[in-house]
Design a protein around this ligand. Structure first.
Ligand SMILES: Nc1ncnc2c1ncn2[C@@H]1O[C@H](COP(=O)(O)OP(=O)(O)OP(=O)(O)O)[C@@H](O)[C@H]1O
Ligand SMILES: Nc1ccn([C@@H]2O[C@H](COP(=O)(O)O)[C@@H](O)[C@H]2O)c(=O)n1
Length: 382
């Protein structure tokens, strides 16, 4: 096997490119192994590794995520690591070559035979294609970045138990979750928004003003594992947050029998951040309003009202600085990436069932509270 790989890589050394695409995006342990190994060889040998996808224009679930490895080193470590990778799992391997008089790029497929990896005779020309109607990153959001049922998110964590032992504890908690009815006796009001828009401040004052119960998603009981799952790839990280919503839903169902419930972040946060992260590039790449990716999971308790606090980026930055706490990676990204922030807010606004109402969060804390109390009285008759 290793010898054949060396041959592949020697070939690649002339064109300097090799692409490895996985067959099954749901095989978490394989993603994990690939990422660890690729990081190792990037660090050791200065290969360039880029995330890459192949897809059929506008065909759902046709996206296959993979890697584009540009190997300038011809190092034996790269060969060894790739040998391990290709031995253990079904992968697509292609190499690209630029040649001929017209300097045309061609794609060469490789096949894993009994005699090792061999180049398939057919080769394909690489040509520019028309821009697809749907951005490829939007074709695989469902069940990869956003989960629309308890079962789909649960399955992901089940598959992770061997590589992330913490998954077991999370699943045990989730197994004991309370069931929630579709209809609650008292109103359930969710407060959403980007970081530092004033959710904590408002949810606390609202809770007091309404004699309500305050809950959060993810719930407190998941705190010991949150940092661990925050470092995982999107598939696993998003499944963790999705399950957090079901745990919170159980608590909401219980508490809303006695009093109104205020919830600090819920499904809108899980879906909006996931969609905005998954969709590369500009705002216009987001799936259009009305797309099924903005739908509410059929088995998740629906709140009575969802309010999204909105602030100018200057004021939000000012509040972040005043607060001066450590920032999560995603908060840093928010600062660095204006586009990302716009995409999160836009995705918030497109999510349906219930849709969120935008609230101007720039006035003083008391003015924001009064404004929100008015809305709650109007919409929930409290
Ligand atoms: N209406 C307001 N006017 C001015 N400052 C505010 C207002 N509301 C909150 N703040 C201040 O802004 C900072 C962020 O507020 P808060 O912690 O409530 O936001 P958050 O949305 O809960 O943030 P995160 O999601 O990061 O926890 C705090 O220092 C808070 O005191
Ligand atoms: N229901 C939720 C809540 C949060 N997230 C993710 O967590 C990050 C923001 O949470 P903070 O507590 O730091 O404000 C954000 O990156 C979300 O991706 C979530 O997915 N679902």
């Amino acid at each position: 096997m290793a010898t054949n790989l060396i041959q592949i890589l020697n070939k690649c050394a002339s064109c300097k490119l090799i692409v490895i695409n996985k067959y099954h995006s749901l095989s978490c342990n394989v993603i994990f192994i690939i990422i660890i190994f690729l990081r190792y060889i990037t660090y050791r040998d200065r290969c360039t590794i880029l995330e890459m996808s192949i897809f059929q224009p506008n065909v759902k679930d046709s996206v296959i995520k993979g890697y584009f490895l540009k190997d300038a080193s011809k190092s034996s470590a790269t060969e060894r690591v790739l040998g391990e990778l290709l031995r253990n799992d079904p992968v697509y391997v292609c190499s690209y070559l630029c040649g001929g008089e017209d300097r045309q790029w061609s794609q060469h497929l490789w096949s894993n035979t009994e005699d090792g990896w061999v180049e398939v005779l057919e080769k394909y020309c690489v040509v520019p294609a028309e821009k697809p109607v749907h951005h490829p990153s939007t074709l695989s959001i469902i069940n990869y970045d956003v989960f629309y049922s308890f079962e789909d998110a649960y399955k992901v964590l089940q598959q992770c138990v061997d590589i992330i032992p913490e998954s077991k504890a999370v699943l045990e908690l989730v197994d004991q979750r309370l069931e929630s009815k579709e209809k609650t006796d008292f109103p359930v009001i969710v407060i959403e928004g980007l970081d530092a828009t004033g959710k904590t401040t408002l949810t606390e004052s609202l809770t007091e003003a309404l004699g309500a119960t305050l809950l959060k998603s993810p719930p407190q009981c998941l705190s010991p594992w949150r940092a661990r799952f925050d470092t995982e790839p999107p598939l696993i990280r998003r499944a963790f947050y999705a399950l957090g919503n079901y745990l919170t839903a159980g608590q909401i169902g219980q508490e809303a029998r006695q009093a109104p419930v205020i919830v600090d972040r819920y499904w809108h946060s899980t879906a909006a951040y996931a969609i905005a992260t998954a969709v590369g590039g500009k705002l216009g790449n987001l799936p259009q309003a009305g797309s099924e990716v903005y739908g509410w999971p059929g088995d998740l308790l629906r709140p009575s009202l969802v309010l999204m606090l909105s602030l100018s980026s200057q004021e939000r930055m000012r509040r972040l600085q005043v607060r001066g706490q450590d920032k999560t990676m995603e908060e840093e990204e928010l600062e660095a990436n204006h586009l990302f922030r716009q995409k999160v807010e836009e995705a918030y606004q497109r999510i349906e069932g219930p849709a969120c109402i935008t609230v101007d969060a720039s006035p003083s804390p008391d003015q924001v509270l009064q404004q929100v109390l008015l809305l709650i009285r109007e919409k929930c008759h409290l």
